[in-house]
Design a protein around this ligand. Structure first.
Ligand code: FES
Length: 177
């Protein structure tokens, strides 16, 4: 086993002048999100979801702005955002496909499904197609082990996957582009 380290201490954060958290968004959080929770920290997940919904992913600058707004450290916000599969720290395609790689799906052919998907889209897991339409990633158990292999296509779970089913789904989503 080897530890893979990143030199995060000197990592440059891309910044833009306009904040990601607009006045409208912070007013909404103050008026409608924060009152639902016992403290500011507890509002982190819904705010991460909302920012990702607006921006498409969670840039580091946005994580810092969320940290300031919620009086947390940037590290706490990054720890949370990087823990959950639901959050994207880099831009993703219009359609994000998450193939389950946990044990039931692994036993039922997830590797064949993932391989077929990647070769059809000509990308590797974790990559996005050059046209920005599809991102393929691997995920842990989607809670439907009895219908393995399965995957999330956007927010919809697709069960009992076959290569034919994958082809039909990709063709349909490509047509919707
Ligand atoms: S292992 Fe894939 S859904 Fe549970």
């Amino acid at each position: 086993m080897a530890w893979i380290t990143k030199d995060s201490a000197t990592q440059q954060i891309e910044r833009r002048d306009e904040p990601y958290l607009s006045d409208e968004m912070t007013s909404y959080y103050t008026d409608s999100i924060l009152p639902r929770y016992a403290n500011k920290r507890a509002a982190l997940l819904p705010i991460l979801h909302d920012v990702q919904h607006h921006v498409g992913y969670l840039p580091f600058q946005a994580l810092e702005e969320i940290a300031t707004f919620l009086e947390l450290t940037a590290a706490e916000v990054l720890d949370t955002a990087s823990f959950y599969d639901d959050f994207f720290l880099e831009p993703v395609g219009k359609h994000v496909i998450g193939v389950c790689q946990s044990i039931a799906c692994e036993a039922c052919g997830h590797e064949t499904m993932l391989g077929h998907l990647c070769s059809k889209l000509n990308i590797e897991p974790g990559e996005t197609t050059p046209d920005g339409l599809f991102t393929v990633r691997t995920m842990e158990c989607l809670g439907s082990c009895d219908t393995a292999p399965c995957a999330l296509f956007g927010e919809e779970r697709q069960d009992d996957l076959t290569v034919e089913k994958i082809d039909a789904l990709i063709d349909k989503l490509s047509g919707d582009a």
